[in-house]
Design a protein around this ligand. Structure first.
Ligand code: C2E
Ligand code: CA
Ligand code: CA
Length: 541
């Protein structure tokens, strides 16, 4: 960095300042002694005294003066020695100061630049940020580094940071500044033409840090979140903030990398706070799950429920998924969130069964989860932990989820299906899945999107769509559930079409687990009474 010239001058200045004190002190002593001597010689008539002393001792006067002058030699020697001492002191002090300054500039453990040096360099880059595209910043952070320290010890933790710093040094261009910006955090400043490479560099860093790091005999895999501000902000602090916003978002994204964009910005403090709250709610498992019954159109029996996540927010009250799911879906929070719901749903399902209520439970899967090859294993683990029969679990996926990365998704679906879990296509009719494609997937049920069902009464086209979906499902050997049954007419219409199951506010609204047995009783009682009143002719299905 360009600080060396400034440092040289600063160094001289400091040593000169350091020397000035003792020199002034010594000069004052000499001045006082000289004054005292002059005063004394005036008072006691020094030349007469010397002459008297020469006569008394028989020493010739010129020799007496020589002796007196010779007495100055030790004084000169003393003065020279003292001067050397002061110079040595000054040098040692300057050296210590230089070392301190170097320590402040370098991180002692990893040898890369320190945090203050990084901040200063980002500031300097903005001060002369005339070269487009302007400075760019990449920040990265080791997730759960504390766990490494806690489980493997600080030495391994330190080794990990050194290994990481080495790997990063091999990635950043020669002109870039790599710094350790926190206990487990690093930053890269790119200036001039290098700045245009910030995005690709961040990608390389995210990829390279996925490979395990060797620390002694250990091979450690770490999760690293990388955020990049490819363009400078209003000032140095703003650029650093942008990179940090991106890095925080990366923490919960699947690839561990996020580029700054205004869309993910924290300038909406409510959104950021909500994200933090949600992360906590997921971690502390304080999310709630409500259940909405599905009833058989033939006899009104409630055969299962759909698990719907709810969040009882301390300030905002009970939030529906529409308010917070998109937030979770943009980040990797959706995976732990789904696991919380899945575990809760299976536990509740088991509890109902133990109390004599046999219900299947359906859990919604976000599209991203279908790209997660570990999902079937985790589902199998939860099934065996809760002792729920796989046939009692249904996983709901959307058409788009299957279309996104069809090959990977069908592999995950095949594994899930092999467990004996039912798979249904949610919101059917709204996506673009081709029927031939659907037929090849191992799905067991279709859920007709509620927009068609609610509109059925007023719109013959919607009624025709529902009818054809019901028929299609039948010919493909799939079960069919109509969602959004809001009135008796819809219930009746679906019955007449030969639809098997229905779900909707008219049957029951989603309720907490403890209310499920009571609601199931009420629903069955109400529908049975209704069908009995309507007579045997309406018992279709
Ligand atoms: P969905 O899977 O289509 O779930 C049914 C939604 O329709 C629920 O909304 C339910 O309350 C609502 N609903 C039920 N009957 C009626 C009706 O008769 N009329 C109308 N207008 N609406 C009805 P909710 O609970 O707000 O959930 C919205 C969406 O959030 C769900 O749509 C589902 O896609 C998603 N979701 C809910 N829980 C989870 C979850 O645990 N994980 C994931 N990934 N998504 C979830
Ligand atoms: Ca659903
Ligand atoms: Ca649905």
């Amino acid at each position: 960095m360009s600080a060396t010239a400034e440092d040289g001058t600063a160094e001289d200045g400091t040593s000169r300042r350091a020397l000035r004190g003792p020199v002034v002190r010594d000069a004052l002593v000499v001045l006082v002694l000289t004054c005292a001597l002059a005063a004394a010689s005036g008072a006691v008539d020094l030349p007469a005294r010397v002459a008297a002393w020469s006569a008394a001792t028989g020493l010739p006067l010129d020799q007496a003066v020589l002796v007196l002058a010779g007495a100055h030699v030790p004084m000169m020697w003393f003065g020279a020695r003292r001067g050397q001492q002061l110079r040595d002191e000054g040098d040692a002090r300057a050296e210590a100061e230089a070392r301190l300054r170097e320590d402040a500039r370098r991180d002692r453990l990893t040898g890369v630049a320190s945090h203050p040096a990084f901040v200063a360099a980002v500031g300097a880059a903005h001060a002369d940020g005339t070269v487009p595209p302007g400075p760019a910043v990449v920040l990265l952070d080791v997730d759960r580094f504390g766990e490494v320290n806690a489980t493997l010890g600080h030495e391994v933790g330190d080794g990990l940071l050194v290994a990481l710093a080495q790997r990063l040094s091999g990635l950043v261009p020669a002109g870039a500044l790599l710094a350790r910006t926190g206990a487990d955090a690093f930053g890269v400043l790119l200036t001039g033409p290098d700045a245009a490479e910030a995005g690709p560099l961040a990608e390389r860093i995210a990829r390279a840090t996925r490979r395990p790091l060797r620390v002694g005999d250990l091979c450690l895999a770490v999760d690293v979140s990388v955020g990049v501000a490819e363009l400078p902000g209003r000032d140095a602090q703003d650029t650093l903030n942008r990179a940090e916003v991106a890095r925080t978002a990366a923490e919960s994204s699947s690839g561990g990398l996020c580029r700054y964009s205004p869309a993910i910005d924290t300038f909406d403090p409510g959104r950021l706070a909500l994200h933090d709250d949600l992360r906590r709610a997921v971690r502390e498992r304080t999310l709630a799950v409500h259940y909405q019954p599905k009833a058989r159109l033939g006899d009104g029996r409630v055969t299962g429920v759909e698990a719907l996540v709810r969040w009882d927010h301390p300030e905002h009250g009970l939030l529906l998924p529409g308010r917070f799911l998109p937030l979770a879906e943009q980040t990797s929070l959706v995976r732990p969130l789904t696991e919380v719901v899945l575990e809760r749903a299976l536990t509740d399902c088991r509890r109902w069964r133990d109390s004599g209520l046999a219900l299947s439970v359906a859990v919604n899967l976000s599209p991203r989860l279908l790209q997660d090859a570990d999902l079937p294993g985790r589902v199998a683990g939860l099934l065996s932990a809760t002792g729920v029969d796989p046939a009692d679990l249904e996983l709901e996926i959307t058409e788009t989820a299957v279309l996104e990365d069809a090959d990977r998704a069908s592999l995950v679906l095949a594994h899930l299906r092999a467990l004996g879990v039912r798979l249904s296509v949610d919101d059917f009719g709204t996506g673009h899945a081709s029927l031939t494609h659907l037929a090849r997937l191992p799905v067991t049920d279709l859920k007709v999107d509620r927009s068609f069902v609610t509109a059925m009464g007023d719109n013959p086209v919607d009624a025709a769509i529902v009818r054809s979906i019901v028929e299609l499902a039948g010919s493909l050997g799939l079960g069919v559930v109509a969602e959004g049954v809001e009135d008796e007419a819809a219930w009746e219409g679906l019955r007449a079409m030969g639809c098997r199951l229905a779900q909707g506010f008219w049957i029951a609204r989603p309720v907490p687990a403890d209310d499920v047995p009571g609601v199931v009783r009420d629903v069955e009682h109400r529908i049975r009474q209704r069908t009995a009143a309507a007579g045997p002719r309406s018992l279709v299905g």
